[in-house]
Write a protein that binds this ligand. Sequence first.
Ligand SMILES: Nc1nc(=O)c2c([nH]1)NC[C@@H]1CN(c3ccc(C(=O)N[C@@H](CCC(=O)O)C(=O)O)cc3)C=[N+]21
Length: 281
Amino acid sequence: MAEIIDGKKISQEIKDELKEKVAAMHAQGQEVTLAVVLVGQDPASCVYVRNKKRACEYIGIRSLSYELAEDTSEEEVLALIDKLNGDKDVNGILVQLPLPKHMDEDKITRAIDPLKDVDGFHPQNVGALSIGLPGFVSCTPAGIIQLLKRSHIDMEGKHCVIVGRSNIVGKPMALLMLRENATVTVTHSKTKDLASVTRQADILIVAIGKKQFITADYVKEGVVVIDVGMHRDENNHLCGDVAYDEVASHCSAITPVPGGVGPMTIAMLMHNCLESVDLQK
Ligand SMILES: Nc1nc(=O)c2c([nH]1)NC[C@@H]1CN(c3ccc(C(=O)N[C@@H](CCC(=O)O)C(=O)O)cc3)C=[N+]21
């Protein structure tokens, strides 16, 4: 039977550790503040933003929320970021993605002060990660490392196959796995005979954004499967990139959706908010 990696429980442990740290910071007169910018009313984004606010409240992080209309201009968003960059009482800045189509996400990401970029999306933080310098690490891949470490799953020398090469999950995931001394293979939509590659994985990390794409024939017996996907199935239930029901019985451990990677993303965002205070010193 596969061990079900409980992301809800592990994220709660992390949030409790952070809550204690924030209490100690408060005792020293140090506040922690996260500014969240949401443009438009994409329902999924609204849910995530609400969950982030709730996590901030729990931990004792002050959250400022900027909810802008869908038709806000790019200049207005850039002006707001500029103001938040210059505000010494703001430690972390997060601009919820996706942004409306009339905005250049790259340009907006680059406008955020790298020392306040708690998402870890700024090129300076991506570069820092790639050569092992201090900086913010993208929350989802950082959360996956924590899931594995806290489940006592050793990464050293293991073959980790990543499916998906996005800038916010696949690529930073590969760098973090290298840092843990795993042997890393990154696969993507142009990979030939994908199943023959994924079947070599000791640890398989799936972030392709295709509903229940990874079926039993993509895995070997005893693999650890991490599912980054988030979709709704025909019954409107949340499901991932992995066909959980048929894959789980082949795994030594697997993350569920919901209750796997998702809650860890938020816990690591909170972690980054605390780190931002130190980086700004
Ligand atoms: N600038 C930016 N930073 C992000 O980190 C960011 C973003 N934009 N845009 C959207 C994605 C997605 N994301 C999730 C966070 C938490 C859950 C999460 O908590 N999921 C719960 C279920 C939540 C539900 O019930 O819908 C779970 O998997 O158990 C999921 C997805 C952060 N993102």
